[in-house]
Design a protein. Structure first.
Length: 223
């Protein structure tokens, strides 16, 4: 009997953690005057143990937690929300008067009961000439979306550590973020399609030149 009590005492922290909700928090966007943070509350955390196919299956099949009270803190500002029937929530946090949010990636703290998690919020500078809205499948990551069999294999057998990226896309998107996007007429106001197109051409030429240089270097070394 004594050994049974010892075993229950040892397992109780793990059993308690299994009943605690979990948070799924994708990256969010915001401006200097306001940010929007969204996420999803699950009934319980399933942990990261087991093979990839098991972990992904548990995440995809996880039950949503409706009616959970969610608290969000971001650079001294706070807000609360209640998760909907699909477990999802969203809050808006306004910057304090005269204290705009600094541009760049920032961290928000999200809590549900005893569960705590962090979310990345990208605050876009007010003078940013454009924002890139991108697809993910076979644009950022190689997911084989046109093949049902390959897509299913990618969904269940790949994770963030093993999912292959589309070559060159990370460098291309990083190039978009470099300051100094050219304008056709510096005195004219920036027109977003013009600035974005010009920046895209500059980045594409730069990456193409870099790729050609690497190929040439490999050819020379092979000779």
């Amino acid at each position: 009997m004594c050994r049974l009590f010892v075993l229950i005492a040892a397992l109780s922290p793990h059993l308690a953690r299994a009943d605690e909700p979990a948070l799924l928090l994708p990256p969010s966007l915001g401006r200097a005057d306001a940010v929007w943070i969204a996420g999803r509350v699950l009934e319980e955390a399933h942990g990261n143990h087991g093979p990839t196919v098991t972990r992904n299956g548990r995440t995809l099949g996880a039950a949503n937690l409706e009616g959970a009270r969610v608290g969000v803190s971001f650079l001294g500002r706070t807000a609360t929300a209640v998760s909907g029937h699909d477990g999802e929530f969203e809050v808006e946090l306004l910057a304090a008067p005269g204290a705009p949010f600094p541009p760049g990636p920032q961290v928000a703290e999200v809590r549900v009961g005893a569960t705590r998690a962090s979310a990345i919020v990208h605050v876009v500078a007010g003078d940013a000439p454009f924002i890139v809205v991108s697809d993910f499948d076979d644009t950022v990551a190689v997911t084989h979306v046109e093949s049902k069999r390959a897509l299913i294999a990618t969904t269940f057998l790949m994770d963030a550590a093993t999912q292959p990226a589309v070559p060159g896309m990370a460098r291309l998107y990083s190039c978009f973020g470099v300051a100094g996007a050219p304008r056709t007429n510096p005195r004219a106001p920036a027109r977003l399609p013009t600035v974005a197109s010009a920046r895209a051409r500059v980045c594409s030429r730069s990456l193409a030149t870099e790729s050609s240089s690497r190929l040439a270097s490999r050819s020379i070394r092979a000779m």
